[in-house]
Design a protein around this ligand. Structure first.
Ligand code: UD1
Ligand code: CA
Length: 464
């Protein structure tokens, strides 16, 4: 393969049918902006330069891409106003060295595979014009691939410019081509807009190629999802499903048990060891790693976390490690209805039950918080039992402080541990206590109003 590859991504169009204030190419598929799927594909091709043509919402599109990719990794060229695909690629010309092959992509066609583009570049071979094409039962709206009787590609005729016979052609141009830069630049300079849409059509380069005796080759594929563009919310939803089905199929091929691939969503990277089971309606975001034999119950959202071997995540659990990450240790039981936030580091066999929230806290092996509790900025020792309704008061209104609960402590129900505070090893805290001072190992600490009981108490009666 030629090493001098430059990619042009057209992303200046308006996307009227999305009926959205967000530029079309910033709508997300699998949690990632459409145009980022295309940029990532370009990067897998190891393109020398990747030039993004922006126009509608240019500031927003460029800002989003600058935030996502290393400085200097992408070049931008603005197209104002938008006078057609040929005019769009013209804006990239100053960034295109003569010695390369240019691959033209669209920012709203997210699922083209790298190997397809590599085959297209192979077909170009550094000196031909290579078009990615596909046959559709309903080719309405697309540019038709017109071939000579010998089968040689002769022209691309846009739907609006096509006659009846041409409209009957089912082979269409996908919008993706690979072309020698030097040729492309000369041809772009000659485009005109004398056509039904009064646009500068990139597809007119086929005519020039033919006139100059440059071979035009079609690389025809059959997988429609790879060339499908997004023009409406409904098309975006269809492509999202196509994408998720593929992710699910690939995981199942590796042995992951997915209860229903139609109710499964990965928006990032999901790495699974052997014998993982995933029930319906789970969403995986960011980078998620599931260890051997992990079970994820129905309706869980797992993001940026590592779940170690044998752990069970019961239904309706929400885990998001964001930047700090979350770790769930081997054999831990989490949920149902648990919430693990950034910096939750749970050791082996930890139990976190319903309506328990853990943030920026370490729980050692065998620690349990089974009901209705909050652990924030806490260090919890082995085998600690943290009672229902108890919380760490970690925030004094200005600063966060740590709570240390040493090994084998038993915290009763409805306690408030006012940080900074340490509960010494093996200690017990009576239910309903508000603990403001650290306690000695082995101590029983009770900090609540003493109970008063008045015998034979008569309740007031209503005045007559
Ligand atoms: C284009 C092709 C058509 C092909 C179809 C495949 C041309 C003339 N026609 O059609 O043969 O079958 O794609 O989907 O190329 N864009 C710009 N600036 C512009 C116009 C478009 O950046 O001035 C961008 C759009 O944002 C989009 C891409 O180029 O990402 C394609 O534009 P679109 O209008 O969808 O292409 P069509 O004219 O439908
Ligand atoms: Ca158009």
């Amino acid at each position: 393969m030629t090493s001098k590859l430059d990619v042009v991504i057209m992303a200046a169009g308006k996307g009227t049918r999305m009926k959205s204030s967000l530029p079309k190419v910033l709508h997300t598929l699998a949690g990632k902006a459409l145009v980022r799927h295309v940029v990532d594909t370009a990067q897998q091709l190891e393109a020398r330069h990747t030039i993004v043509i922006t126009g509608h919402g240019a500031d927003q599109v460029e800002a989003a891409l600058k935030a996502a990719y290393a400085e200097g990794g992408l070049k931008f060229a603005r197209q104002m106003p938008q006078l057609g695909t040929g005019h769009a690629v013209q804006q990239a010309v100053p960034h295109l060295p003569d010695d390369g092959v240019v691959v033209v992509l669209s920012g709203d066609v997210p699922l083209t595979q790298t190997d397809t583009l590599q085959a297209l570049v192979q077909a170009c071979g550094g000196d031909k014009l290579a078009l990615l094409t596909i046959e559709f039962d309903d080719p309405t709206g697309y540019g038709r691939i017109v071939r000579s009787p010998s089968g040689q590609v002769h022209a691309i005729v846009e739907h609006k410019d096509a006659n009846e016979a041409q409209r009957a052609i089912r082979e269409v141009y996908s919008g993706i081509m690979a072309v020698p830069a030097k040729r492309l630049k000369a041809w772009l300079a000659r485009l005109d807009n004398k056509n039904a849409q009064q646009e500068y059509y990139l597809t007119d380069v086929v005519k020039f190629a033919e006139a100059e005796g440059v071979p035009v080759v079609a690389h025809k594929i059959t997988d429609a999802a790879q060339v499908a563009g997004v023009n409406s919310p409904a098309q975006l939803a269809d492509l999202e499903r196509a994408y998720q089905q593929r992710r699910a199929q690939a995981l199942m091929m590796d042995g992951v048990r997915i209860m229903d691939p139609a109710r499964f969503d990965v928006r990032g990277e999901l790495v699974c060891a052997q014998d993982v089971q995933i029930d319906v309606n789970c969403i995986f975001e960011g980078r998620v790693q599931l260890g051997q034999g992990v079970k994820v119950g129905a309706n869980c959202v797992l993001a940026n976390c590592v779940i170690e071997a044998g752990a069970v995540i019961h239904p309706f659990t929400h885990i998001d490690g964001e930047k700090l990450g979350v770790t769930v240790g081997e054999g831990a039981l989490i949920g149902p209805f648990a919430r693990l936030r950034p910096g939750a580091q749970l050791g082996a066999e930890v139990h976190i039950g319903n309506f328990v929230e853990v943030k920026n806290s370490t729980l050692a092996k065998g620690a349990k918080a089974n009901h209705l509790a909050y652990l924030g900025d806490a260090t919890v020792g082995e085998r600690v039992n943290y009672g229902a309704g108890s919380i760490t008061a970690n925030y004094d209104g200005a600063n966060k402080h740590r709570t240390v609960i040493e090994a084998d402590v038993h915290i009763g129900s409805n306690c408030v541990l006012v940080a900074p505070v340490t509960i010494g090893a093996g200690g017990t805290v009576g239910g309903g206590s508000t603990i403001t001072k650290s306690t000695e190992p082995g101590a029983l600490s009770v900090a609540r109003g003493k109970q008063v009981s008045i015998a034979n108490w008569q309740r007031p009666t209503k005045n007559k």
